[in-house]
Design a protein around this ligand. Structure first.
Ligand code: AMP
Ligand code: ZN
Length: 114
């Protein structure tokens, strides 16, 4: 089994509550939701952080964002509003070092974030 938790989820070795699946990305519900809708969208390929993206990943990043927007619509939160977050490295609270886009919504979200 992969040592990376989200690689394990991407391959199906580790269970997750999957909401959408594609050749290049997977979306699943966060195990510790911080809002009524809290979904993570990950690339299936291991990329540790945003800092590790290359020019070849520009299309991939667009796919992650577009997937999140479609899922927000499916979840019924697109109209009211939602937040997309890419925590990058420990200072920003990143705890799983496989890039993941948080989709948060279903409640008012204050600004600035903590
Ligand atoms: P971050 O702090 O940005 O690295 O976010 C990591 C997120 O992964 C947190 O919101 C965790 O609750 C979530 N998480 C950790 N393990 C799992 C898991 N097995 N399934 C779903 N979400 C997870
Ligand atoms: Zn990984």
């Amino acid at each position: 089994m992969s040592e990376c938790l989200f690689c394990g989820i991407a391959t199906g070795e580790i269970d997750a509550s999957v909401v959408a699946d594609d050749d290049r990305w997977l979306a699943f519900r966060d195990i510790n939701p911080q809002a009524p809708t809290h979904i993570l969208v990950i690339p299936k390929r291991h990329v540790a952080t945003v800092n590790d993206l290359t020019g070849d990943d520009e299309t991939l990043v667009g796919e992650l964002v577009r997937a999140a927007a479609r899922i927000a619509t499916d979840e019924g939160i697109a109209e009211d509003g939602y937040r997309l977050v890419l925590n990058t490295n420990a200072g920003a609270g990143q705890t799983v070092f496989h890039l993941h886009l948080h989709l948060l919504g279903g409640r008012p979200l204050s600004w600035p974030p903590g």
